[in-house]
Design a protein around this ligand. Structure first.
Ligand code: ADP
Ligand code: MG
Length: 827
């Protein structure tokens, strides 16, 4: 056993006895603190900073003992694992770490002061060092830090504060007033332990030569011993009046002595995101320690030239000011610089990916003759809109070239994107290649399967009923094979389809993400279409792309991308917009309805039914779990069919039904055999029944604005006035406001901007779509910084495409790491 291990083992035993005795501090004669003090050095790395044992309540002792045992175990196992010199060399005994100015050991083992000023470790701390090498980081602190994603010193420097407390204005006691953050320098008159409620706490009387002020610290009794009468303190926080006295409530404090650095008081003081058991004060001290020790190791990724052109701060200055700003202007400049870095990296990533894709890959040129395409358009039962035609022209121009297409087709719900996709697929078929379309849900995939067959074969198309259709398309002199590939297929059927596809015998493959599974091989894939693109991540788009030799890619979305995110998310795509609706579309009258008025909603529906129309009732999105959603739908279905509309035909549609069941119900609804269709949110996309004129959305507050807009797009597709009822159980005012937006705004683009503004990009795209690498300094509203980052990234890549110039060396290293991390994050 080594010297360190012995006291640790003894402490183990002591704590076991303490536990048996109800933590009454009787296991060691004279108190446990004596033991701790005696072996302070040996125990330091396992225990770190903690209050005196005597000062804790039995409950606190129990909690402390748990974490102590935990960290001692870790210490033991890590000493076993690495009995190397290095570890011990960096773990100086405590007494060598402290500066001479600090008081020597005190009798009843008081908490150590926060680790300022930094003592010199045996070798200088490095950015890549694990935080356990820092002073004040016990293994329990380390575990908590790791839960915040902080593993090394560099991570700590990049842990940005949520906000700052403005403790900068220094006042005299006589000038203090009740209210917000104020700072003054005082002497301790007296500090005593006291009970506040049921908690042991500290209260203190403080003064300067203009008067007296009090302070209380809830739940921190050990402070009473630390604040010695006469000590000089800087104290910052909020003040209130209690029994006629001004009182600081749990203020930040710092001793004003030779080492006073204004880390916690007397300045703009950073407030960090933290976790249980890790105080902000501790984090702040550690960040300060990290900056002092390692800031000058941070290399700037931006060359002088870029910094000069953009007028941005140097990285070292920015990091210092981000944490401990001189004033709010410096903080803003610092945040701007750090936000620029994040957005710049992202732009570099999308642009380089796009360049690589376009220069290193060659797609098959799909040069459909204009006659075949016009023949197809002429065969449609409607005139394409101008916007559809111009979007189609852009797509056809792209795929005519061997440079791979990467295009996003953006158009509101019902604007007619499918026709554009179908026309592009004809070009692939005429080139004797395969085309595929991937949809986010089985229902939508099935609907596409049917729609695309009908578009190509004509309105009289009769489905054969399986997942393979052979059709005779207009103007194509051979029979086409269209296959549906979704998760729910039977094994046998699925394998047959795989075989046909990989033999090149299927012309068009339509499917869900089952399509991108590795077993699926689409050897002649020349055109890959991703529908409702916003529901998929970047990685899924890439996976479909990998299926073909080098297919052209068309992504379609009805969720318009707010301009502020467009460059970020789709910086690697060209964009076509369908900004015109087919003629005769209705604006859907949208009304917010309180749940109490449920019956009046049913009346609105009945009214429509009496006019011969049909209705959707969408049940709440409860959580990710389909089975709960299904149950809710089942219950609503029973209620409606038994007691509300017993005289009508009510149908049920949910994600758990088998493919044939779903098809049967959809068919009945399409043919008007079902009047009211109760559904889980699976119908969000794709269903097209013009006679349906009213939709009731139950639990509307659980949906995002864009999702509600999508749902609402299922009605108003015919000639009749249509309605959408958003029902909600008295939601908070925020949710109500959100729902009221839908009453006013019918344009999906404006709604998307609103939604983004309210919820931030993470939520906006839901758990599934991410593809937005996490940003720490940048905000959605940083459009000017984004534009600047885009501009500089374009310039830089044009001048130095592989970042080989010496001034871009640091950038190139950092970018490589960023690229790896980001791709791992989004896949
Ligand atoms: P989305 O853009 O939401 O995917 P769809 O492609 O599903 O829209 O089209 C919605 C409906 O509009 C379909 O029934 C389609 O047949 C019809 N449609 C498409 N283009 C036109 C048009 N130019 N004129 C009339 N109806 C159209
Ligand atoms: Mg669509």
């Amino acid at each position: 056993m080594t010297d360190t291990q012995k006291p640790i083992r003894s402490l183990y035993d002591i704590l076991r006895q303490e536990r048996a005795r109800g933590f009454d501090d009787s296991a060691v004669i004279g108190g446990l603190d004596r033991f701790l003090l005696r072996f302070e050095t040996e125990l330091a790395s396992a225990l770190g900073e903690h209050p005196a044992y005597a000062s804790m309540s039995p409950e606190q002792r129990a909690e402390w003992a748990d974490s102590a045992v935990h960290s001692m175990r870790e210490t033991l196992s890590s000493t076993r694992a690495a009995k190397t010199q290095t570890r011990r060399a960096t773990r100086l005994p405590r007494h060598l770490q402290s500066q001479p100015s600090q008081p020597a050991k005190q009798q009843n083992r008081e908490p150590r002061k926060p680790p300022t000023p930094p003592a010199k470790p045996a070798r200088p701390l490095h950015l890549s060092d694990r935080i356990s090498l820092m002073r004040g980081v016990s293994s329990s602190v380390q575990t908590r830090m790791e839960s915040l994603g902080i593993e090394n010193v560099g991570d700590l420097i990049y842990l940005f504060p949520n906000r700052h407390n403005d403790f900068s204005a220094l006042k005299r006691v006589a000038q203090l007033a009740p209210g917000d953050d104020q700072t003054c320098i005082v002497h301790v008159w007296e500090a005593t332990e006291t009970m506040l409620g049921k908690r042991k706490s500290t209260q203190a009387v403080l003064r300067d030569d203009t008067g007296i002020v009090r302070a209380v610290w809830f739940n921190r009794p050990w402070l009473a011993r630390q604040l010695k009468p006469g000590a000089q303190l800087a104290i910052s926080g909020k003040l209130s009046v209690f029994m006629g006295n001004l009182v600081f409530q749990g203020p930040e404090y710092e001793f004003v002595d030779a080492s006073y650095e204004r880390t916690h008081t007397g300045r703009l003081v950073p407030v960090y995101p933290t976790t249980r058991g890790l105080s902000i004060r501790m984090l702040r001290s550690l960040v300060s320690q990290a900056l002092d020790a390692c800031l000058d190791q941070v290399e700037d990724i931006l060359s002088e030239d870029i910094r000069h052109k953009t007028g941005l701060m140097s990285i070292r200055n920015a990091l210092q000011q981000m944490h401990f700003p001189d004033d709010s202007a410096s903080f803003n400049a610092a945040r701007r610089r750090l936000a620029f870095d994040e957005l710049f990296m992202l732009q570099m990533l999308v642009l380089s990916r796009r360049n690589e894709w376009k220069t290193e890959n060659r797609s098959v040129a799909l040069d459909a003759d204009a006659k075949s395409i016009s023949a197809f358009l002429d065969s449609l039962p409607f005139e394409p809109t101008g916007a559809q035609e111009s979007a189609l022209r852009e797509v056809l121009d792209d795929i005519r070239s061997t440079t791979p297409m990467s295009r996003l087709l953006q158009g509101d719900v019902g604007s007619g994107k499918t026709v554009v996709a179908a026309a592009a697929m004809i070009a692939a078929i005429l080139g004797e290649k395969q085309a595929a379309i991937m949809a986010p849900t089985e229902i939508l995939a099935e609907q596409h399967f049917f729609t695309i067959c009908t578009l190509l074969a004509g309105q009289d198309f009769e489905p054969a009923g399986g997942s393979i259709e052979r059709i005779q398309a207009l103007g194509i002199d051979r029979q086409l094979t269209v296959a549906l590939l979704i998760g729910g297929l039977r094994k046998r059927e699925r394998e047959d389809i795989y075989a046909l596809i990989s033999a090149g015998l299927v012309d068009i493959v339509i499917g869900t993400h089952a399509l991108i599974q590795s077993a699926v091989d689409i050897p002649n894939l020349a055109l890959a279409i991703v529908d409702e693109q916003h529901r998929f991540g970047v990685a899924q788009r890439a996976a479909l792309r990998d299926k073909g030799i080098e297919p052209h890619v068309l992504a379609m979305t009805a969720t318009p991308i707010p301009r502020s995110l467009e460059l970020t998310l789709y910086g690697d795509l060209d964009i076509s917009i369908i900004d015109e609706m087919p003629p005769g579309r209705q604006t859907v009258q949208t009304r917010f309805i309180n749940e109490d008025a449920r019956n009046s909603a049913y009346e609105v529906i009945r009214n429509q039914l009496e006019k011969g129309r049909q209705a959707f009732v969408v049940c709440p999105l409860i959580d990710e779990s389909e089975s709960i959603d299904t149950k809710a739908a089942q219950e609503e279905y029973e209620r409606l069919s038994v007691s509300v509309y017993p005289d009508r035909s009510v149908g049920l549609l949910h994600g758990r039904m088998s493919l044939t069941e779903k098809e049967r119900v959809m068919g009945q609804f399409e043919r008007g055999e079902i009047d009211v269709l109760v559904a889980t949110p699976v119908i969000e996309v794709g269903i097209d029944v013009p006679n349906a004129t009213v939709m009731l959305i139950d639990g509307a507050e659980r949906f995002g604005l864009s999702q509600l807009h999508q749902l609402r797009g299922r009605v108003g597709r015919g000639l009749h006035e249509s309605y959408c009822l958003l029902m909600s159980k008295s939601p908070g005012s925020d949710a109500t406001q959100r729902l009221k937006l839908l009453e006013r705004i019918s344009d999906g683009f404006r709604l998307a901007e609103e939604d983004l503004r309210r919820r931030g990009p993470g939520d906006y795209f839901g758990a599934r779509q991410s593809g937005v690498p996490s940003s720490k300094a940048a905000q959605v509203t940083d459009q000017d910084i984004l534009a600047l980052a885009r501009r500089e990234a374009v310039r830089l890549l044009a001048a130095d495409p592989d970042l080989s110039r010496p001034e871009n060396h640091t950038l190139s290293l950092t970018f490589e790491k960023y690229r790896e991390r980001t791709l791992a994050e989004v896949s």
